[in-house]
Design a protein around this ligand. Structure first.
Ligand code: HEC
Ligand code: HEC
Length: 286
């Protein structure tokens, strides 16, 4: 009778594929742990966003995202837009960008005190105000489908962040960081040179291309970006697109140059709908 014995070598051969598999699994686990440890809280918030909510709620999140990405053309929002911009023109990547007017975590700051309206406003109010100023359009009615969709999308981008209402200004935890401009003077002529070098390829010599940054089809002079300090801080983290490498001085010079051009003049009453459609505008109507 033949006795089957397993030699040491045979055992080793049988074990080898097993141990190779084990090592691969081990390496994967370790790198996952290391990766989880190195990503910032913003990345973590982002990675939680991969799934849309179930059912109708998810559909409204997607609708809100579509409006944010294509505000000037979307059938639900275009009637409220008075220029060629979309929310994503400034809230880069539909608000998923971590610093350029980010929507990540934004909903957690609301209701918030607003110095401009001199009252406490909701996230919905805040989004609708961008329609009047940055989009140079008309304020959609509170509770309208466009308003609910956009607000739902922004709230979804805030999941997992801690609620912390802002008692000083209507800005979320990841808003564009302000620059320290003390002692720095902006120079329009220098801004013009920089513009030709670093911006005109995309925005055109007349600032009216893809998307327009001055003139009739851009934001009006009531918008946040019409203030040089605000525009400089946004340019610093956002432009040139995918290569935001301006120095503070350059960003300020460019802001002064861009905002030295004509743009629509903001008069609040011209951007409010008639009473029946207003719901309740809770700022002071001048
Ligand atoms: C011309 C540029 C521009 C456009 C277009 C624009 N916004 Fe804004 N918006 C801003 C800036 C600048 C701020 C200030 C936030 C910051 O500095 O991070 C802001 C703030 C906001 C905030 C508050 C953010 C916070 O941190 O609390 C919301 C909400 C918002 N916008 C919604 C919208 C929506 C919705 C649209 C499209 C209908 C839109 N915005 C279009 C420039 C713009
Ligand atoms: C590679 C092309 C490109 C370059 C270069 C570039 N931009 Fe932009 N810029 C864009 C695009 C595209 C957007 C809108 C973002 C989007 O839709 O994703 C934008 C948005 C803007 C906006 C806000 C929206 C608006 O139309 O008002 C301003 C202001 C702006 N750019 C200024 C500048 C300045 C100043 C420079 C030079 C430092 C510059 N950009 C360089 C492509 C560019």
């Amino acid at each position: 009778m033949e006795v089957h014995t397993t030699t040491g070598k045979q055992r080793l051969n049988r074990l080898r594929p097993l141990s190779v598999g084990f090592v691969i699994i081990l390496v994967c686990c370790l790198s996952a742990i290391v990766f989880a440890g190195t990503v910032g809280s913003g990345d973590r918030a982002n990675s939680m966003l991969q799934d849309y909510p179930e059912g109708e709620l998810g559909e409204i999140v997607k609708l809100g995202e579509a409006i944010v990405m294509n505000t000037a053309e979307h059938p639900l929002s275009k009637q409220y837009v008075g220029n060629k911009l979309n929310c994503t023109s400034c809230h880069l990547d539909g608000g998923r960008h971590e610093t350029a007017a980010s929507f990540l975590g934004t909903a957690t700051a609301y209701p918030a005190w607003s110095p401009r309206e001199q009252t406490v406003i909701t996230l919905e109010d805040r989004a609708l105000n961008c329609f009047m100023r940055s989009q140079n359009g008309t304020r959609p009615p509170n509770g309208s489908r466009v308003s609910v969709a956009v607000t739902t999308y922004i709230t979804w981008l805030s999941q997992g962040s801690e609620l912390k209402m802002n008692g000083e200004k209507p800005l979320g935890p990841n808003h564009t960081p302000a620059l320290d401009l003390e002692g720095i003077q902006p120079d329009v002529a220098r801004g013009e040179e920089l513009y030709t070098d670093r911006c005109a390829d995309c925005h055109g010599d007349n600032g009216d291309e893809e998307p327009p940054i001055w003139g009739a089809d851009s934001y009006n002079d009531g918008a946040g970006l019409s203030r040089n300090a605000k525009l400089a801080s946004w340019l610093k983290v956002a432009m040139p697109l995918d290569d935001a490498t301006l120095t503070v001085q350059e960003a300020y010079d460019l802001a002064a140059f861009v905002n030295s051009h004509k743009r629509p003049h903001f008069v609040l009453s011209e951007h409010l709908p008639d009473d029946a459609k207003l719901g309740e505008y809770n700022g002071t109507v001048k």
